[in-house]
Every structure is written in C-alpha cells, then in structure tokens.
Design a protein around this ligand. Structure first.
Ligand SMILES: *Cc1c(COP(=O)(O)O)cnc(C)c1O
Length: 377
C-alpha cells in the first residue's frame, strides 16, 4: 500500500459490528468480563481502548512499525519512551532539540539520574565521539526546530547498531507522510501529533511506533504503568486528521516553496533555513531520506525590534506557539518556543532574537505572500 492509500485504509477502518465507516468513539473505562480474567481483549481503558487501539494501529502502519502507542501529548510520549531507560544511563541528544525535550532532560529526568548530552547530530562523527560507557540511546530530531538542521538517519543508525544503542527519532516536523525513520534503521519513532498529524489546532497528543515485538511489549508495560494515555475522543480526532495528512502536506509544501522564493528576494531577510534550498547544508541528506521538505522555515530579520514589527503587522499568520496546522502560524523562537533555553545557549545554536519561524498552512499562497510583504515593508 502506498503512503496516500495508507492514510485512508491503514490500521483498523470502520466498525465490524455495525458497518460504520468511521471507527466509533468508545467512551468507556471498563469492560464486562465473561468470567474473572476472561475478557474480549479489553479490560480497562488505561491498558487498552478500542478507539485508541485503532489509532495505534494506524501509526504503526504509517511508520512501518511493529506496534503503535498513543499518549496524552508529545511530551508524554517522549517521557514514556525515556522510561525505557534506567538511572545512570546516558542519552545523546540533538543539540537544537525541541525546548520541551530539553527541559524534560535537563530539569526533570536529571533528578532520576538519567544522564544526557547535546551534540550537533548533523555530524555523525560527533555522535560517535560522544558515546560513553553508559550510553544507551541516541535521540534525534530531524529536521530540527527552528533551524531545520538535518541528520543522516542511516549513518546514525549504523553507529547505534555498532554500539548497541537504541535509536529514537522525533519525526514531528517531517511526518510519516514524508519520512519513515524505522526504514532507515531507527528503533523508535515518535511524534507530537498535536502538530501535522492532528493538523487542525484542536488536539494535544503524542504517537510512537516501535520496530520490534520486544520494544512493543516494553513500551506497553510503561504506557500502562505510567498511564499517560490518550482519551478516545482525541484518538478519534487524530484518525480524522490522518485521513487528510497527505493532502495537507502536499498543499503546505507547495505554499512553502512559493514563500521561500519570495523571502529569497527580500532585502530585509538575511538567512533562510529551509531544507528544500539547495544551499541548505542538509539538502542532499533530506532528498535521500525524505520525500518532501515540509512546511517549516525560519528566517532572520536582524533584530528583535524588526521581528516584533513583522509579527505585529501580519494578518493571516497567527502569532502562536505550535506548528503544523491548516492555518499559518508565525513565532519568534527566542521569546516563545525556545524561551526555556538560556539566551547564551540560544546564541550558540544560532537562535537569534531576530529569527522568525513560520509554519505554513493551506491558505492561498498569494495571500500569505502579500501579508508577509506588507509586514516586512
Ligand atoms: C511540540 C513538539 C513536541 C512536544 O509535543 P506536545 O504535543 O506539545 O507535548 C515534541 N517535539 C517536537 C519536535 C515538537 O514540535
């Protein structure tokens, strides 16, 4: 089954009992047992719920995984995946990882002695050089947020295999429509499904797919023990979102290409970060491992004051955190999504005060360009 067809026919479709074409919302916490311990596959909805299960089956299909898991947020998914590790283990992480992942590792999981360090994973040799005796996992985000740095998944997977490390990939930006990390050798792929997979700014959720029966068993144990599960209504909303994921991604990317062209010709814009540009250092790798470049881009207008002016003068770009929705969003990472990262470290990473991030939506590209033109002028 090809990607577009999978979005429609992957996982569990409809309802066998009634013929309903859409999976019903099983708004239920517990299930009747025929005799003690003898049940029809469901006993309690933290452990398993039919609507959530249908969603978990779709994400496993979309990512070519062995099993899927749905959580109450992207961070709940990442936390639960990290729970596969132990105290005194060490994780190598992409250096401009999502701010929430940075905070989780630096201010929460450090208290449980889960050790980590940050590496520019777009250089595989730097990853290899930072492997310690207690390193157990590599956590990659590609492309990254907000600088769209690209990591070569196959190269990192090779390093992970040689050293018997778990390779975990945050695939939020690329989506399973453009990129399937498990096919490149990752063990675990995860998403903030709040973003493109949901796609309509109406649900907070996280999805995971794993590549082996052992990881499936281990992660289900964690999911059931920790309990950060997604509810049935939100599971249903995500399945509805997935039906149009392919269409949305195609429309978003077409708009993004036009906006990038416009920005390239504007005097006020210095750096443009977009993997679709041949000048982008990760362009060739992106072409190799993904079928599209997505709808996220960042550009520099030189100062916080200018960035503020642009943000204050756009009409169709909504000033908001988050990304990946049908409506276009605009943000200043230094003040918003990446504010939890100390300024000094932001500067090191290149997240300047004048950096503007766009999440392009599916409006008419000409309206979006006119809007940016006005705001920049
Ligand atoms: C938003 C985001 C997360 C966190 O997901 P939530 O659903 O907000 O908890 C993790 N990784 C990336 C790349 C994100 O953009």
């Amino acid at each position: 089954m090809r990607a577009k067809t999978k979005m429609i026919h992957g996982g569990i479709t409809g309802d066998e009992q009634t013929g309903a074409v859409s999976v019903p919302i099983y708004q239920v916490s517990t299930y009747k047992q025929e005799s003690a311990g003898n049940h029809g596959g469901y006993e309690y909805s933290r452990t398993g719920n039919p609507t959530r299960h249908a969603l978990e089956t779709v994400i496993a299909d979309l990512e070519n995984g062995e099993a899927g898991f749905a959580f109450g947020s992207g961070m709940a998914a990442i936390t639960s995946v990290m729970m596969l590790l132990h105290a005194d283990d060490h994780v190598i992480m992409t250096d401009d990882v999502y701010g929430g992942s940075y905070r989780l590792m630096t201010s929460v999981l450090n208290r449980f002695k889960l050790d980590h360090n940050y590496v520019d994973t777009s250089y595989p040799e730097k990853v290899e050089a930072s492997i310690q005796e207690n390193t157990k996992a590599i956590f990659i985000e590609t492309p990254t947020n907000p600088l769209l740095k690209v990591t070569d998944l196959s190269k990192i997977a090779q390093i992970a295999k040689e050293h018997e490390l778990l390779l975990i990939v945050d695939n939020t930006f690329a989506t399973p429509y453009w990129q399937q990390p498990l096919d490149h050798g990752a063990d675990i792929v995860l998403h903030s499904a709040t973003k493109y997979i949901g796609g309509h700014s109406d649900v907070v959720s996280g999805l995971v797919a794993v590549n082996s029966a052992k990881l499936a068993e281990d992660l289900h144990f964690i999911q059931n023990s920790v309990g950060a599960v997604l509810g049935p209504q939100d599971s249903w909303l995500l399945m509805r979102g997935i039906k149009t994921l392919a269409l949305r991604m195609e429309a978003i990317e077409a708009n993004t290409k036009k906006i990038v062209e416009f920005l390239q010709n504007h005097d006020l814009v210095s750096n443009i970060y977009y993997p679709g540009l041949t000048s982008h250092p990760g362009h060739d790798i992106a072409v190799n491992q993904a079928t599209g470049f997505g709808g996220m881009l960042s550009f520099d207008v030189g100062s916080a004051e200018r960035a503020d002016k642009v943000l204050g003068n756009v009409e169709y770009f909504t000033l908001a955190e988050s990304l990946g929705a049908v409506e276009s969003l605009i943000s200043v990472p230094a003040k918003m999504t990446h504010a939890s990262i100390p300024r000094e470290r932001r500067q090191e990473l290149g997240i300047t005060d004048g950096l503007i991030r766009l999440s392009v939506g599916i409006e008419d590209a000409d309206d979006l360009i006119e809007d940016l033109q006005k705001a920049l002028d």
